[in-house]
Design a protein around this ligand. Structure first.
Ligand SMILES: *[C@@H]1O[C@H](CO)[C@@H](O)[C@H](O)[C@H]1NC(C)=O
Ligand SMILES: *[C@@H]1O[C@H](CO)[C@@H](O)[C@H](O)[C@H]1NC(C)=O
Ligand SMILES: *[C@@H]1O[C@H](CO)[C@@H](O)[C@H](O)[C@H]1NC(C)=O
Ligand SMILES: *[C@@H]1O[C@H](CO)[C@@H](O)[C@H](O)[C@H]1NC(C)=O
Ligand SMILES: *[C@@H]1O[C@H](CO)[C@@H](O)[C@H](O)[C@H]1NC(C)=O
Ligand SMILES: *[C@@H]1O[C@H](CO)[C@@H](O)[C@H](O)[C@H]1NC(C)=O
Ligand SMILES: *[C@@H]1O[C@H](CO)[C@@H](O)[C@H](O)[C@H]1NC(C)=O
Ligand SMILES: *[C@@H]1O[C@H](CO)[C@@H](O)[C@H](O)[C@H]1NC(C)=O
Ligand SMILES: *[C@@H]1O[C@H](CO)[C@@H](O)[C@H](O)[C@H]1NC(C)=O
Ligand SMILES: *[C@@H]1O[C@H](CO)[C@@H](O)[C@H](O)[C@H]1NC(C)=O
Ligand SMILES: *[C@@H]1O[C@H](CO)[C@@H](O)[C@H](O)[C@H]1NC(C)=O
Length: 471
């Protein structure tokens, strides 16, 4: 494929130049739909869900119960293909055998609905709510999906402590621990999405309080981050900072850094509070500036150099989609921050391109799209070098974002970038995404995205303006 960005954007900021690379055609390969269909059809009434491929290396999905933080990603992938084939690229040519991806997506999320009643998911109800948020976005009149979203929302709000100012990520290890992990930033979208539809200011306050505390206590001055902060639940004081899944207590775990880039972009998208944009930029800058030579992160930014390093392609794809989101937010500045937008686009494309070179698995022996992800290198034995369901999810989402930005079409051919520079593609694969048009009508992406965006943004802006933000 031809390189769409002929020039490297002249860097007006302190970020090293990134070698220009072209959008990998694998993002739009028919293999994606084929593999997803194979997994979708592997169970008639799904009750176990892919998380990672077998650590033994044979490429087969290992399946987990519904009550697992990753159980909604496969359904989410099917919604992303619905978005791709009916909304972003209507007409059907690129779709496989006219598959109705919503039917399959709903089939794979049905078994998750009862988790609103009982679960052990902690903060991860945000991830689990994704397909139901997608159903709401597709049809605002779908009250059963809305009830489920509100159920998960109650779960997450029950985890908020006004003393600490955060939602608790994990329970334990003792009653004297209130552990908050960087990953939790990615679950705040549940509050923001819900508030944008029901106008509940308390939800926005909780999300902002959590985000503010995370800036204060997880993010370091150089834009890197701690994985875990343990607060004293009775005083709200920080009692420990360190890691659960990273290399050391003072290191930067790659996937946590990626969640932060994306989570703070989400905070800015809904609230327009400048400090969230700045934090997303700082975390992105650290991520992009500290990549090893292969252009894909090791499992931890501080993992020792080695002749056979262990990578995490899931951190790469989460960050790539987050960087494309950030790019859209730069375009939406007034005046548009075109050089910033192009810088993050180029960084995202490099990450995707290098990830494909390292981990694309076209063969039917691999159920996942990508390999070389690290689930948890601190597990015993370490769980690394596998395909990971969320790595694949954000790979597809990044592909959709590139189409929304006007940088590619569904065949992978280069676009002219016109929608990227105008900033009109502010929509998001993840919330609107999986079906940005409320009617699900498959009209052109630009037209169908704009109307709901304006309305929702209006509600949140009004909320922010109207009420005091203290908790
Ligand atoms: C599409 O349909 C054809 C004909 O029925 C079938 O052979 C093929 O396997 C289908 N493709 C997929 C990916 O299911
Ligand atoms: C891959 O290995 C797992 C664990 O041994 C096994 O359950 C699965 O059946 C294997 N897959 C294939 C295709 O052989
Ligand atoms: C409404 O959402 C529920 C829950 O996500 C889903 O099962 C159902 O199929 C949706 N209804 C329609 C008409 O899409
Ligand atoms: C807003 O959300 C909070 C937290 O879930 C809840 O306690 C409160 O009842 C909600 N307010 C309204 C008006 O629904
Ligand atoms: C969070 O920080 C923003 C920006 O500094 C501030 O406007 C807001 O009041 C804070 N909100 C909460 C709930 O702490
Ligand atoms: C982090 O610190 C805790 C307690 O101080 C310790 O038990 C743990 O082993 C440390 N983790 C790493 C990766 O060094
Ligand atoms: C444009 O974006 C870059 C990258 O995020 C940032 O460093 C720069 O400050 C932004 N410029 C303006 C005028 O906001
Ligand atoms: C990536 O994963 C594949 C499949 O497990 C493996 O063959 C390859 O060696 C891995 N590459 C690296 C650099 O670890
Ligand atoms: C990756 O996992 C393998 C198998 O569990 C282990 O031998 C290896 O040390 C791990 N890699 C790193 C960098 O720890
Ligand atoms: C870019 O493509 C869009 C959509 O296909 C089209 O409307 C627009 O005119 C094109 N712009 C340029 C400069 O070619
Ligand atoms: C960005 O905000 C708009 C509304 O302001 C919303 O429709 C869209 O889904 C948001 N994107 C993400 C990724 O949260």
């Amino acid at each position: 494929m031809t390189c769409f960005l002929a020039l490297i954007v002249a860097s007006a900021f302190s970020i090293p130049l990134i070698a220009a690379q072209s959008i990998p055609v694998e993002l739009y390969s028919p293999i994606i739909a084929q593999k997803l269909l194979k997994t979708a059809q592997s169970q008639s009434s799904p009750s176990s869900y892919p998380q990672y491929t077998n650590p033994g290396g044979n490429g087969s999905w290992d399946l987990f119960s519904a009550d697992t933080w990753t159980s909604a990603f496969f359904s989410g992938e099917l919604y992303l293909l619905n978005q791709r084939f009916t909304i972003l690229c209507p007409g059907g040519a690129a779709n496989v055998n006219g598959t109705d991806w919503i039917v399959d997506g709903q089939d794979w999320s049905e078994g998750l609905a009862s988790l609103t009643t009982t679960n052990t998911l902690g903060h991860d109800v945000g991830f689990i709510s994704q397909p139901f948020r997608d159903d709401v976005s597709l049809d605002y009149a779908n009250t059963s999906a809305w009830d489920i979203v509100q159920g998960f929302n109650e779960d997450l709000s029950a985890r908020f402590s006004p003393i600490v100012g955060c939602t608790k990520s994990w329970d334990g290890p003792t009653d004297n621990d209130f552990e908050v992990i960087m990953d939790n930033m990615q679950n705040l979208v549940l509050f923001l999405f819900t508030a944008s539809l029901n106008g509940n200011q308390t939800l926005v306050d909780m999300a902002m309080s959590h985000a503010n505390k995370t800036i204060e206590n997880h993010v370091r001055a150089d834009g890197s981050s701690f994985h875990v902060v343990d607060y004293d639940p009775t005083t709200g004081d920080v009692q420990w900072r360190g890691t659960a899944q990273g290399y050391s207590n003072s290191s930067t775990w790659s996937r946590g850094q990626a969640w932060g880039i994306y989570g703070f972009a989400t905070m800015y998208n809904f609230t327009r509070v400048q400090t969230y944009l700045d934090t997303s930029r700082r975390m992105a800058d650290y991520f992009v500036s500290n990549l090893p030579e292969a252009g894909v992160p090791y499992w931890d930014f501080d993992a020792p150099l080695s002749t056979s390093p262990t990578y995490d392609t899931s951190a790469a794809t989460i960050a790539a989609s987050g960087l494309l989101f950030l790019s859209t937010l730069e375009s939406q500045q007034s005046p548009a921050n075109t050089s910033g937008a192009q810088h993050w686009q180029q960084a995202a494309i490099s990450l995707l391109s290098n990830t494909v070179q390292l981990g694309w698995q076209p063969g039917s022996d691999w159920d996942s799209l990508l390999s070389n992800g690290t689930v948890n290198n601190r597990a015993d034995p370490p769980n690394n070098n596998t395909g990971i369901i969320y790595g694949d999810y954000y790979f597809i989402e990044a592909g959709n974002r590139l189409i929304q930005l006007g940088l590619a079409d569904c065949s992978g051919a280069a676009g002219n970038g016109s929608s990227g520079s105008s900033g009109s593609s502010g929509g998001s694969p993840s919330a609107s995404g999986s079906g940005a048009s409320p009617s699900g009508s498959g009209k052109s992406a630009t037209v169908s995205l704009k109307a709901p965006l304006a309305g929702i943004l209006g509600v949140v802006t009004a909320l922010l303006g109207a009420v005091s933000l203290s908790i």
